[in-house]
Design a binder for this molecule. Structure first.
Ligand code: TRP
Ligand code: ZN
Length: 505
């Protein structure tokens, strides 16, 4: 036992008394029948996600991230497509275990300073496994091949379970174009005129230190400083007007509703700031549209965004009250190849088309208010968002949900298509087409099985019960068994887990 650990044991014994001294001593020597676990742990390098073992972290719960970012987009071509990024992340957390160490996720950036409860920690090279480190310290392991990015923090004094801590991390780097496990672009995606920031499932770690998993939701505040003339758009509501000094403008945002890390955005571009509109229920809608869209894309985008107030009204009638304090879209002329339902403010690539606008809006209830507890549960997001567009199209006389179901179900498809179990599609199958359309088909089949009344009561119960939280497919099945009084084991087994075309209910 090192001198520093002896000191800690003695310090604790003084604080908590003789009984604990006996038990701590016992732990250190592993009495018979005692697992010999030290009282203080190193947290864990992941929350236990089935597909992303190093996403998120264990041992603490973040309540708030305050992100102060300074960003300069690339110079005009032929300059390299790289941005200059520096940040200060202030992270408020509560230990959920007695912590000797704990981890954050941070990828492609480097940390230059850290304080823990106002006291500086020393940046060191990663110590050998099991080695003791003196004093408050941090170190960073970045293993691209293993997709393992871990910033380890050693707080001193150690953190006791229930204790709060404020971590201030000064960091930065050169931004490029990170890719997800399937090689799709995500994270802080550098564009010539700014950045598109979309991070599903684990890309937020490309631009701030984070416990990067939906199981640790938190509120956020942002101050994003960019060259004068650029607009920075994050989640939530503006926290005062933009402030310009010395040729740089700071855009401040306040995201008051807890959000999963993959739903954080802070896109930078040449956005027009559109006038605020409202849903019938009073949700303020702030849109930001790239001033460089072509006339035809602008026309499509304007028509689609103009439907947002009515779409909110409609989805409120089906899913219950809009779950957050604000809404609005950002539309970039550049593209990552997809849209993302970033919380309160979806991001669109190139243009916003009606079906996608309905899809990303529906995610605010289904995916954002209630998020997947494990990435394996992704069908709960994509099935619902796809089904929501079927409902929207029916409401607007475009096509009934039954017709949409039929046009998915009737055509002959390959055995490979039916072979993907959407209840466990694998990390490379998260955004497979089957997750979307078999997911929506599953919901329509569920509706036919339990009836309209139980179906819509079920979705409202689901959103209310797991609002600001995460849930699993088993939780979802339990809600529908409750509202319908039916045993749905065989139903969900066939629709989510069977590698064959499901039969009609
Ligand atoms: N979640 C997005 C949506 O359906 C889609 C998405 C996220 C995606 N990452 C992706 C699609 C990567 C294709 C590739 O709204
Ligand atoms: Zn989606």
């Amino acid at each position: 036992m090192s001198a520093s650990r002896t000191t800690v044991v003695r310090g604790l014994a003084t604080a908590v008394g003789i009984v604990s001294l006996v038990s701590i001593t016992g732990l250190a020597t592993a009495a018979p029948g005692d697992p010999g676990k030290p009282r203080f742990t190193a947290g864990s390098a992941g929350v236990g996600d089935t597909y992303f073992p190093y996403a998120g972290n264990g041992g603490y719960d973040v309540s708030h991230y305050d992100l102060a970012v300074d960003y300069t987009p690339p110079a005009p071509a032929p300059a390299p497509l790289e941005g200059q990024f520096s940040g200060v992340a202030t992270i408020d957390l509560t230990a959920t275990a007695d912590l000797d160490r704990f981890n954050l996720d941070l990828r492609g950036m480097s940390v230059s300073a850290m304080t823990i409860n106002g006291k500086p920690a020393t940046g060191i090279a990663p110590p050998a496994p099991g080695a003791e480190v003196d004093g408050a310290a941090y170190w960073h392991v970045q293993d691209d091949a293993a997709r393992r990015w871990e910033l380890t923090v050693q707080p001193r004094p150690k953190l006791k379970k229930g204790q709060r801590a404020r971590l201030v991390v000064t960091y930065g780097g050169t931004t490029t174009r990170p890719t997800d496990i399937e090689t799709a672009p995500y994270g802080w995606y550098t564009t010539r005129d700014g950045a598109i920031v979309v991070s599903e499932p684990d890309g937020s770690m490309t631009w701030y230190p984070v416990s990067d998993h939906p199981r640790d939701k938190a509120t956020y505040s942002f101050r994003i400083t960019v060259p004068e003339g650029k607009v920075a758009v994050a989640n939530g509501l503006p926290d005062g007007p933009p402030v310009t000094a010395n040729g740089r403008t700071t855009w401040s945002w306040d995201a008051v509703d807890e959000q999963a890390s993959y739903l954080t955005t802070a896109s930078v571009g040449d956005f027009e700031v559109r006038p605020v509109t409202h849903s019938a229920s009073g949700v303020p809608i702030h849109d930001f549209v790239d001033s460089k869209l072509s006339p035809s894309r602008r026309t499509t985008t304007n028509a689609s965004l103009a439907l947002q107030p009515r779409m909110i009204d409609f989805f409120e009638s089906r899913f219950g009250p809009y779950p957050f304090s604000s809404y609005g879209s950002s539309v970039d002329d550049d593209s990552v190849g997809y849209a993302l339902e970033t919380q309160t403010r979806p991001v669109y690539s190139g243009q916003a088309v009606q079906g996608t606008v309905a899809h990303e809006l529906a995610h605010q209830w289904l995916g954002n208010a209630v998020s997947p507890k494990d990435w394996k549960d992704i069908w709960l997001n994509e099935g619902w968002a796809t089904y929501a567009t079927w409902l929207w199209n029916e409401e607007n006389g475009i096509r009934t949900a039954q017709a949409a179901f039929d046009s998915w179900y009737a055509p002959a498809r390959t055995p490979e298509y039916w072979a993907l179990p959407i209840g466990d599609p694998g990390p490379m199958g998260l955004f497979a087409t089957q997750v979307y359309n078999r997911g929506a088909g599953t919901l329509h089949a569920l509706r036919l099985t339990v009836g309209d009344e139980a179906f819509f009561e079920g979705v409202q119960t689901w959103v209310q019960r797991y609002d600001d939280s995460t849930a699993t497919t088993a939780d979802f099945q339990a809600v529908y068994e409750e509202v319908s009084g039916q045993d749905l084991d065989a139903f969900f087994q066939e629709w989510l887990a069977t590698a064959a075309k499901p039969s009609l209910p």
